[in-house]
Design a binder for this molecule. Structure first.
Ligand code: ZN
Length: 283
């Protein structure tokens, strides 16, 4: 069962853990404590996987309440998540939503055995009231490494990004990436999202040179992603986008701002950041 998780060292302090559905999470080891950043879809004994990697006490920090990030948190004694993601978490915790996501993940890096996953095999979701409240500005001193919780809202209302200044590493996760989902009714408008990114950029400028992501092969991002996605926001606001058609979580028609080549999953024009958005929710 533990082999449902694949592990890969990022550096001496960080291990990337990839779950059955292809979502990456990160174990950060300090001198006194460890932190698990995200918990994947909650299929398989994640606590055993983590225990094989460290004897330190582990706190869980969830970047946002989505089905592919927060569902394994019930297996750990201490977990943190933004209070603003209560509704999103409730919606994404539904068993049919979870099974549907896992079955659909074979197109985005999930293992073939995801097809056999049933609701009975899933870790029960952590009751929302058992999360401690996570907010931008919080810091967690693990001993020798610090987790600095930064803004990231837009993809979900409570989404955060996490800077590890000592390692010059920034976990952008789903907050800002090569295919940023911003189309759901729970997401910010493009205008609000751009303002958040400008504040985030100012807060982390010059303090990192490695970007970690939660999806995609490798799990690494372009250090210039924030600038790139800010530029895409500007293009959307000026109407200078390609608007490639895409289907949202419930089959709704939305747009990919910058045309993608889906054989390589990269932008046709070579840019690194992108946004999938609803043209009715720009301003
Ligand atoms: Zn997400």
């Amino acid at each position: 069962m533990t082999d449902r998780f694949r592990t890969q060292p990022v550096n001496d302090r960080i291990t990337r853990i990839t779950d059955i559905a292809g979502t990456h999470m990160y174990l950060v080891k300090g001198d006194r404590e460890a932190a698990l950043l995200d918990t994947g879809v909650g299929c398989g004994p994640l606590d055993e996987c983590v225990r094989a990697l460290t004897d330190l006490p582990v706190k869980v920090i969830i970047t946002h309440g989505h089905v592919d990030h927060a569902m394994g948190a019930g297996a750990f004694p201490e977990a943190w998540l933004s209070p603003l993601d209560r509704e999103v978490y409730a919606e994404h915790s539904a068993p049919d939503r979870r099974v549907g996501y896992i079955h659909g993940s074979t197109v985005t890096g999930g293992l073939p055995e995801t097809a056999e996953v049933t609701a009975e095999m899933l870790t029960p979701p952590r009751p929302f009231d058992q999360f401690r409240p996570l907010r931008p500005g919080d810091t967690f001193d693990l001993g020798g490494v610090t987790l600095e919780i930064n803004e990231g809202a837009g993809h979900t209302p409570g989404c955060v990004t996490i800077l590890i200044p000592e390692l010059r590493t920034l976990l952008l996760g789903d907050a800002c990436n090569p295919f940023t989902y911003l189309f759901d009714p729970s997401c910010s408008t493009v205008t609000e999202y751009r303002e958040m990114l400008l504040r985030l950029r100012a807060a982390v400028a010059g303090r990192y040179d490695r970007v970690l992501l939660c999806h995609g092969p490798g799990g690494e991002g372009d250090p210039g992603l924030i600038d790139s996605v800010i530029a895409v926001c500007g293009d959307i606001l000026r109407g200078e986008t390609d608007d490639q058609p895409f289907r949202g979580f419930h089959g709704e028609a939305v747009c990919i701002a910058k045309a993608m080549d889906f054989t390589t999953f990269t932008r046709v024009d070579g840019g690194s950041g992108n946004i999938v958005y609803d043209p009715a929710r720009v301003r």
